[in-house]
Design a protein around this ligand. Structure first.
Ligand SMILES: [Zn+2]
Length: 302
């Protein structure tokens, strides 16, 4: 939520980063956490530059990114031309995404790229803070590589929520047709995604320090949303009372200013209806793969 248009807050805001597996409720968790005062939900910042600043996607507030009351001002504050924005989008991909995680782990990124990443990310976060007046930004990019880069390259004060989902629920979700998000994954593709993503998350937690990571499962959030939100609020220093009041009154939540591809972005407002019903994947192959995924999950301690 935009708390005001104060220009007093100029330093780097605190960051709450949601890292984890796809289809695990990261966007709704961000909306809930950012509905209090002084917290701004930035969406998936790892895709903001490409989708928002380069392609000028429509923001969830209903206007093109460049005309949005937040992102229009932020990009103006950054003073970068189109070529520089395109280069930044490509750099984000090299550093943040799945292969970027391994580039960071094996120190394969040139110093000049890391310096550029540090400078641009710091300027972006400061511009968000100046524009919104918020002292905390929630980034739901999910990539373990970005969590590592924010903590170790940018040196940002970062707290990380690690959000995962049961293999069965994840596989069933990957089987659904969804035109607005990722295409359905085959059981083999889902397995490959799960093996790589969970290993990256485990390594990232080790590098970030366990005390900086709040472990959460999608199923726990759905079963006990109030308890989970109170715990995260207490741990991250967010006043979660406005969110809980809205939840108890079953009121809608403002989606805020999301520009990354997600079906919630097009709604503008959303009501949180936690569903505890378990969904199961279809087909014998998918169910066999789920067994392997569960073994991997247990082996990595998730
Ligand atoms: Zn907007």
């Amino acid at each position: 939520m935009v708390a005001g248009w104060s220009r007093l807050v100029a330093e780097m805001p605190e960051l709450l980063y949601i890292m984890g597996t796809a289809r695990s409720g990261s966007t709704i968790l961000e909306i809930l956490l950012a509905s209090g005062d002084s917290v701004f939900g930035g969406g998936e910042l790892s895709c903001l530059i490409k989708d928002g600043f380069v392609h000028n996607t429509t923001c969830s507030c209903g206007v093109a990114c460049m005309d949005c009351e937040v992102w229009g001002k932020v990009v103006e504050d950054m003073c970068l031309d189109r070529q520089e924005l395109e280069a930044w989008a490509a750099l984000q991909q090299r550093v943040d995404w799945h292969d970027g995680f391994f580039r960071q782990m094996f120190r394969l990124l040139p110093d000049k790229d890391l310096e550029r990443y540090r400078t641009l990310t710091s300027r972006l976060l400061e511009a968000i803070s100046r524009t919104t007046g918020c002292a905390m930004v929630v980034d739901s990019s999910k990539y373990a590589g970005r969590a590592l880069a924010l903590a170790r390259v940018v040196g940002a004060g970062i707290k990380v929520v690690c959000l995962t989902r049961s293999p069965s629920g994840l596989m069933a979700s990957f089987q659904k047709q969804n035109k607005n998000e990722q295409r359905p994954k085959s059981p083999t593709a889902a397995l490959a995604y799960y093996l790589v993503t969970l290993a990256s998350l485990r390594l990232a937690i080790w590098r970030l320090g366990r005390e900086n990571v709040f472990m959460l499962r999608y199923e726990t959030l759905m079963a006990n949303p109030e308890e989970v939100l109170e715990s995260i609020g207490c741990w991250a220093g967010i006043d979660i009372k406005p969110t809980l009041r809205r939840l108890r009154r079953q009121k809608d939540f403002d989606v805020g200013h999301l520009v990354t591809a997600n079906r919630l972005r097009k709604r503008g407002r959303v009501r949180f209806n936690p569903s505890c019903s378990t969904i199961f994947p279809r087909g014998i192959t998918a169910r066999m793969v789920v067994i392997l995924m569960n073994l991997w999950r247990l082996g990595l301690g998730f």
